[in-house]
Design a binder for this molecule. Structure first.
Ligand SMILES: Cc1cc2nc3c(=O)[nH]c(=O)nc-3n(C[C@H](O)[C@H](O)[C@H](O)COP(=O)(O)OP(=O)(O)OC[C@H]3O[C@@H](n4cnc5c(N)ncnc54)[C@H](O)[C@@H]3O)c2cc1C
Length: 231
């Protein structure tokens, strides 16, 4: 039996409005493990279930409200055709690298360089390697047809996996402290500055990723009283 660390939960995620669960993209909602910010630096055991029940309901209700308030949506045919062509490209390409190979290499990069114990030079190395994998991911080829084709699905997943991997690595480089599940061997202590901010990674105008900090919203007096009452 192999015994080793594995991914249990991802603390970061899509930045959403706390009251509606809507992202910065109008009409796009996120909740549960793909939403960010709810559990802070370390999710306590069992809290995922309550997160899903509470915020899943809010996201669903708000999404329904948004949809009913926006009527028909005109589809941009050119944009749809471009998305379709990009999606079918791995199937149409006569030769190219297997998407599984790139996926496995990405897993190795994240496990080895962005894992439990993190360090500046390894994180920077990971960002460079993710860049190289992105170039290769643009020309993968998937065998077979559109039905039940996991190779094709992996080819479609890869660009998204690479975005998430890079965002995680960049946020880890930026946070020069250790807090919760984020452990920097070169910065083993907490830094008060980072205790007051969330790290947000977003796309800059030139397509590159930018990292910024936003202040953590404090607990309301009402909630603070409950926390203190519970000891
Ligand atoms: C080993 C382990 C133990 C855990 N133990 C606990 C625990 O004891 N208590 C607790 O509270 N939490 C626990 N968690 C965490 C909890 O299980 C997860 O956080 C929670 O299930 C996430 O739910 P979700 O609905 O947000 O995402 P998911 O359950 O991951 O649901 C996402 C869904 O989207 C689907 N999907 C993905 N891509 C696409 C696509 N392109 N199109 C359509 N569908 C798509 C997936 O197939 C999946 O069904 C544990 C997690 C792990 C890994």
């Amino acid at each position: 039996m192999e015994v080793g660390p594995t991914t249990h939960y991802v603390m970061g995620g899509v930045k959403v409005d706390a009251d509606t669960q809507m992202s910065r993209v109008p009409g796009l909602f996120a909740c549960g493990e793909c939403g960010g910010g709810l559990h802070g630096a370390n999710r306590l055991g069992g809290n995922s279930l309550s997160d899903l029940v509470v915020f899943g309901r809010i996201a669903g209700a708000e999404a329904a409200k948004f949809a009913s308030g926006h009527g028909d949506t005109a589809i941009n045919e050119d944009a749809a055709a471009a998305v379709e062509a990009a999606a079918l490209a791995p199937l149409d390409r006569p030769s190219g690298e297997s998407p599984y190979v790139i996926q496995h290499e990405l897993q190795d990069v994240m496990q080895d360089l962005v894992g439990i114990a993190r360090e500046q030079s390894e994180l920077e190395q990971a960002i460079e390697q993710i860049d190289q994998l992105r170039i290769r991911a643009a020309t993968t080829s998937a065998e077979g047809n559109r039905e039940y084709n996991p190779g094709w699905h992996t080819a479609l997943d890869l660009p998204n996996l690479l975005v998430v991997a890079e965002a995680i690595a960049r946020a880890a480089v930026d946070r020069t402290e250790s807090r919760g599940a984020h452990s920097r061997v070169d910065y083993p202590d907490k830094d008060q500055h980072f205790g007051n901010v969330n790290t947000v990674v977003w796309q800059a105008a030139d397509g590159s990723m930018e990292t910024s900090h936003i202040p953590v919203v404090g607990v309301t007096p009402e909630l603070q009283a409950i926390v203190e009452e519970m000891g």
